[in-house]
Design a protein around this ligand. Structure first.
Ligand SMILES: [Zn+2]
Length: 317
C-alpha cells in the first residue's frame, strides 16, 4: 500500500523541475531522498495530497526545501559536525570533558578555509598560559594600548561578540578545523555574531574591560571547549605558526586536566563531612552517604545513642 503511494507520487513529480533543483550534489541527493521518504511516511496531510491535487505536492516540496535549507544552515557553521551546536550567547556552552579527548587528532591550521595565521596583535607577552598566583590562566596576555587594532588570528565565523563580566568585550571565533579563538578585554567590538571573518580582519579594539588591570589582549585557543596552550601552535616571538598542523591529544589538555582533578579532589574532601541539620538522625545521614550508622559511630567515635546537635560535623567517609 505504502509502496503504491510512493510510486504514484514519484510518477507525479518525476518531471517536476523542483525535484531536481535541489539534487545537484551527491550529499544533497542522499539527504533529499531521505527527507523525501521521511515526509512520505510521516506526514498524514501529505497522504491526502497524493489522492487529490498538485498544490499539496508543491507544499511537500516546500517542506523538503525548508528542511534542506535547515540542513544547509548547519553546514554553514564551522565544525558543526564536531560540536553539533552553535551558541551565540554562552561563552562556554560545551561539556565534552577530558574523557572525550583521548584520541589523537591532527588538525590543519592552514588550509583552503583557514588560509593562514595573522597575529591578533604583535606585542609583548605580559602573562603566559598556566598557573598564575595559584589560579589557572587559560590564555596568553599580550600588551597593547587601548584603541589598538585586534585582528582575527584565523578565518572563521564569529560565535560570540558581546560584553561579559569577566572577559569584558569579548569575541570568540570558531574555525573550520574545530579550534575556537578568544579575544578578551576589548574596548570596542567591530564584528557581530554569525559574521564570517578573514584571517587578519579587524574584530575589535584593544582595551581594559572586564576583569583586567591594564590594557591587554587576553588570547585563548580552545578545542571542544578545553583550553590549549597558545604557545603549542604559535611562536609569539616570531609572530608565526610553529607548524601548519597541530596534534591534539591528551597531552594538549594536561594543564586543564590537572585543574579539573584538583577541583574534584577539593569537592570530595569537602563532601567527607556532613553538617547536621534539624531533624537528622544517624540512620538518615548514613543512608544518604551510602554507609551504616555503626560505621558512622566508629569513624566519629560516638555512640549509637549519641544526640546529634544541629551544626555538628559528622565525618562520612
Ligand atoms: Zn589573561
Amino acid at each position: 500500500m505504502l509502496t503504491k503511494k510512493v510510486l504514484t507520487f514519484v510518477k507525479k513529480v518525476r518531471f517536476s523541475s523542483f525535484f531536481f533543483i535541489f539534487a545537484t550534489s551527491v550529499i544533497r541527493r542522499i539527504v533529499y531522498i531521505l527527507l523525501f521518504y521521511v515526509l512520505l511516511v510521516s506526514n498524514a496531510a501529505f497522504s491526502r495530497g497524493i489522492k487529490t491535487n498538485n498544490s499539496d505536492t508543491v507544499s511537500v516540496l516546500n517542506q523538503v526545501q525548508h528542511l534542506l535549507s535547515e540542513y544547509d544552515s548547519t553546514l554553514m557553521f564551522p565544525a558543526f559536525e564536531l560540536y553539533c551546536q552553535w551558541d551565540t550567547l554562552t561563552i562556554h556552552p560545551y561539556e565534552f570533558g577530558q574523557g572525550s579527548l583521548k584520541d589523537t587528532s591532527v588538525i590543519n591550521l592552514v588550509d583552503e578555509y583557514n588560509c593562514g595565521y595573522v597575529p591578533p596583535f604583535c606585542g609583548e607577552i605580559s602573562s603566559n598560559f598556566g598557573a598564575r598566583k595559584g589560579r589557572p590562566h587559560y590564555g596568553v596576555d599580550i600588551n597593547l594600548e587601548t584603541g589598538d587594532s585586534v585582528v582575527a588570528a584565523f578565518g572563521g565565523m564569529v560565535r560570540i561578540a558581546k560584553r561579559n563580566k569577566t572577559f569584558g568585550n569579548v569575541v570568540i571565533i570558531r574555525h573550520s578545523n574545530g579550534l575556537e579563538t578568544f579575544y578578551a578585554h576589548l574596548s570596542k567590538l567591530k564584528v557581530s555574531a554569525n559574521q564570517y571573518v578573514e584571517p587578519g580582519q579587524l574584530i575589535g579594539l584593544g582595551g581594559n574591560t572586564g576583569h583586567s588591570y591594564g590594557s591587554h589582549l587576553h588570547f585563548e585557543v580552545r578545542y571542544k571547549g578545553l583550553p590549549i596552550n597558545p604557545n603549542d601552535l604559535i611562536s609569539f616571538e616570531k609572530n608565526q605558526l610553529l607548524s601548519n598542523t597541530l596534534v591534539i591529544d591528551s597531552k594538549s589538555f594536561e594543564f586543564s586536566a590537572k585543574i579539573e582533578a584538583k577541583k574534584t579532589n577539593t569537592k570530595s574532601a569537602k563532601s567527607k563531612y556532613y553538617t547536621v541539620r534539624k531533624g537528622d538522625t544517624l540512620y538518615a545521614i548514613a543512608k544518604r552517604h551510602g554507609t551504616t550508622p555503626q560505621k558512622l559511630c566508629k569513624i566519629n567515635n560516638i555512640r549509637m545513642s549519641a544526640t546529634l546537635r544541629v551544626g555538628m560535623k559528622i565525618k562520612c567517609a
